[in-house]
Write a protein that binds this ligand. Sequence first.
Ligand code: HEM
Length: 183
Amino acid sequence: MAFVRFNLFYLARPRLNHVAVYDPKLASVWPALHAEIGEEAMASFPNGFLALAIFSLLAIAARAQLSPAFYATTCPNLQSIVRSVIAQVVAQEPRMGASMIRLFFHDCFVNGCDASVLLDDTPTMAGEKNAMGNMNSLRGYEAVDAIKSRVEAACRATVSCADVVALAARDSVSLLGGPSWTV
Ligand code: HEM
């Protein structure tokens, strides 16, 4: 019970700084104050609890999104599709492997890793493809398009462009004799 009571006040703490010095023994001296603080703490409990629950769910969701098995059930052939297309591409032109790892780096170039380096301009918005540092310099869009069309045929609207670029970069490096890593 004492544990429950401590947690109750801990969760309510951000809104109830004065509770830090609250002593239940004062209840006999100031019954009105006791009632007031008790009610306020009870009223704050759902807010604190809700915030904690939402935070926990977000933490779980973030972990799930970073799993290497994220597409294991929704797009089980993803890894083999990417690898087979990249194998053809680098066999034809080994430099494309270098271009793919650069594309992966530049995917986080404009305003960090948000959006995608694959975005074209629209009439109302500048895309990343033609941003400074990317325009007329990056290569490999055709390889990504080839992967993307095969991935879309296998599992429609499931795999993100960023994940395709990350897998393509990894496979380019490993197929050209470099190290490999889990994506
Ligand atoms: C801020 C740091 C960097 C700068 C300023 C920079 C700059 C450049 C420039 C100017 C080129 C030549 C582009 C052209 O010929 O049009 C280039 C090519 C390249 N960069 Fe970087 N780079 C940086 C970081 C990186 C990183 C971190 C990687 C790898 C993850 C990388 C990989 C490459 C590759 C592979 C090429 C050759 C691409 C190709 O032949 O298609 N660079 N870089």
